[in-house]
Write a protein that binds this ligand. Structure first.
Ligand code: RRO
Length: 303
């Protein structure tokens, strides 16, 4: 299989998966296409308690991209492990699933990781230390190297499955955070999360989103994602799941040439829920066009 890629905990038939938060737990997506075509699926970040999310509106389109402030809306870890993951296991037993943990203390991250480990169909877990839309969560952890190292270390000690640390672009030196995650024992990195942005509604003279700021995603952040992935690839051999502005098979190849080992699709899912299956279907043709026999061949290309 020329699309196959291998990462810690993940033997994927192709490198494409929806990014965390863009397909929730897969149930709505499954009405649009057969989830079995996906390389993997990342579920919405899970907190200990269920969360309703931030004040509405939570999403808006800007000329530069999609802005979200969902505010970690999710059903809570017990529902994820008791209902959402079993639904995926029953309906798509072959589909590799990646969990995502988001806590408000290191202890909470550890507890969520332990609970997600109980689900039989969790292949790997992302530690989301980069949500830009909640106070005292996400960024509070992901912007400090020592915290990232300690949080990763404690979660690794508590987990049977490989952990991928999800990095924020809202920082001056992403390499510093990537290396802290590596020292903590991360199996890989997922990068990048969304970039803090503000959209203003001239009619109300107020922010377009209920929370004020949100996280920017879409094509505008692709060059940033590529640059950051490339920069981290120069100093680390950790597997990287690349995310940020991917909406075509060409984008997938660019991201892998920058140094990614697999990719996630985010904002594009909002514009077209069939983005992932379309990108996967296009990959062989586009690879032929550029003379690429198999994806393993271009992973982490050096330049
Ligand atoms: O829920 C969100 O507002 C959210 C999260 Br947890 C995240 O990691 N990234 C993002 O853009 N939004």
């Amino acid at each position: 299989n020329r699309l196959a890629v291998k990462l810690p905990g993940l033997e994927l038939k192709n490198p494409v998966m929806p990014a965390s938060g863009t397909c929730w737990y897969g149930q709505e997506f499954a009405q649009n296409f057969d989830l079995n075509v996906l390389g993997s699926l990342v579920i919405k970040s899970t907190t200990i308690q269920p969360r309703d999310g931030n004040p509405k509106p939570r999403t808006t389109e800007t000329t530069g991209g999609w802005l979200n402030s969902n505010g970690l809306q999710n059903v809570g870890v017990d529902q994820v492990v008791g209902a959402k993951l079993p639904w995926l296991a029953t309906n798509f037993p072959q589909l590799p699933v990646i969990g995502s943990a988001a806590g408000f203390s290191i202890e909470e991250y550890v507890t969520i990781v332990q609970k997600l480990n109980h689900a039989p169909n969790i292949n790997a877990i992302e530690l989301n230390v980069s949500c830009p839309n909640v106070a005292h969560g996400g960024l509070a952890f992901g912007t400090d190297p020592q915290t990232v190292e300690e949080l990763t270390k404690q979660c690794v000690a508590a987990s049977q499955v490989p952990l991928y640390v999800k990095l924020t672009p809202n920082i001056t030196d992403i390499v510093e955070i990537a290396l802290a995650a590596q020292r903590g024992g991360a199996a890989g990195l997922t990068m990048i999360n969304t970039l803090t942005g503000l959209s203003i509604d001239l009619n109300t003279r107020k922010p377009a989103l209920g929370n004020g700021t949100g996280g920017l995603s879409g094509p505008a952040i692709k060059p940033m994602a590529l640059a950051m992935i490339h920069k981290v690839r120069q100093v680390s051999e950790l597997p990287i799941i690349g995310v940020g502005g991917i909406s075509s098979a060409e984008d997938v190849l660019e991201m892998m040439m920058a140094g990614a080992n697999a990719v996630q699709v985010g904002a594009a899912n909002y514009h077209d829920p069939l983005s992932c299956p379309k990108i996967i279907a296009q990959l062989p043709t586009v690879m032929d066009f550029y003379g690429i026999d198999n994806l393993a061949q271009i992973q982490g290309a050096q330049f």
